[in-house]
Design a binder for this molecule. Structure first.
Ligand code: HEM
Ligand code: HEM
Length: 241
């Protein structure tokens, strides 16, 4: 056995769908105009993706679990000394994963309350009133720069691994497999902690997908009461012609 399963299919789908939908959200948000409706829809989809990833972080296969890859300062020091051997996110990569997920979630959440001053607003903008919605507008516009910066660091790290460490991380994110390090495998360094050994089955996937779908619909305002019907015009107000 000279290769090791590293990323399950749901993680890979999550990742590349997130990349595609964030790219679309940037382009449509910046261009605005008629695209802003689709910008909002992409945002609801992104909410669903992030919720899916959070649930999968508890119910997915070992490398997907937060319990496996979110590590304390000792693991980070060991990684920096070059002593970390493991499968999946390294202890520093884990921080960037959490940062990316958090910033994407906050960016999408601020979008739900913002408005474009013309014809479109997030489904919850009326809840907070125009003044606060305008503040969300500034946060939404400002935070995108933080998100862009973190994405640049993320892609920079992937390029660093490829060029300097001669390790291609993108291939496993496409195929799910990476070449195994036989010494590390023999030393049991790929074994996940006991808390994360099970999971990632089809039922777990269906549950995570159902929760994510419900979150996406809720973000789109599906649980909000319908707007009050317009009052009927009195007959006398109708023009005579
Ligand atoms: C992670 C997801 C999202 C990203 C990356 C994103 C990104 C952006 C960007 C780059 C702009 C242009 C800002 C500017 O410079 O003026 C924008 C504007 C806008 N977005 Fe989003 N957005 C996201 C989610 C959402 C969601 C969920 C909604 C609501 C349904 C939303 C509603 C709006 C509106 C109404 C505008 C125009 C007004 C404004 O700038 O606040 N966005 N978005
Ligand atoms: C919108 C831009 C992007 C965002 C928001 C993003 C976000 C993420 C997230 C959240 C993860 C953690 C995966 C998980 O465990 O769920 C991740 C991992 C990863 N991403 Fe991205 N990504 C972006 C663009 C890219 C691009 C363009 C590439 C390829 C050049 C890439 C390659 C990877 C790889 C290889 C990993 C696994 C890293 C490892 O081995 O620890 N990402 N990304």
């Amino acid at each position: 056995m000279n290769r090791q399963r590293v990323w399950d299919l749901p993680i890979r789908l999550f990742h590349w769908l997130l990349v595609a939908s964030i790219t679309f959200a940037y382009i449509s948000g910046t261009l605005g105009g008629n695209l802003i409706d689709w910008h909002g829809r992409a945002g609801f989809f992104i909410v669903g993706l992030v919720v899916f990833r959070i649930v999968w972080g508890f119910t997915g296969t070992p490398t997907a679990r937060f319990a496996t890859f979110v590590r304390g300062p000792a693991a980070i020091r060991a990684y920096l000394r070059g002593e970390w051997r493991g499968l999946g996110h390294n202890p520093i990569g884990a921080l960037s994963v959490l940062g990316l997920l958090a910033l994407v979630a906050i960016q999408a959440a601020t979008g739900l309350f913002t408005n474009d001053d013309i014809a479109y607003q997030g489904p919850f903008a009326d809840w907070v009133g125009k003044d606060l919605s305008d503040r969300f507008h500034s946060w939404h516009a400002l935070l995108q720069n933080g998100l862009l910066a973190l994405i640049a660091v993320h892609v920079g790290a992937i390029v660093f691994y490829l060029r300097v460490k001669k390790e291609n991380l993108v291939k496993p994110m496409l195929t799910g497999w990476k070449a195994a390090d036989p010494a590390a495998a023999r030393a049991g360094q790929y074994a996940p902690p006991p808390a994360a050994r099970r999971g990632g089955g089809f039922i777990a996937f269906l549950v995570a997908a159902a929760i994510a779908g419900a979150a996406g619909l809720a973000a789109a305002g599906a649980l909000l009461p319908p707007p009050p019907a317009a009052a009927p015009q009195p007959a006398s107000a109708a023009p005579a012609w």
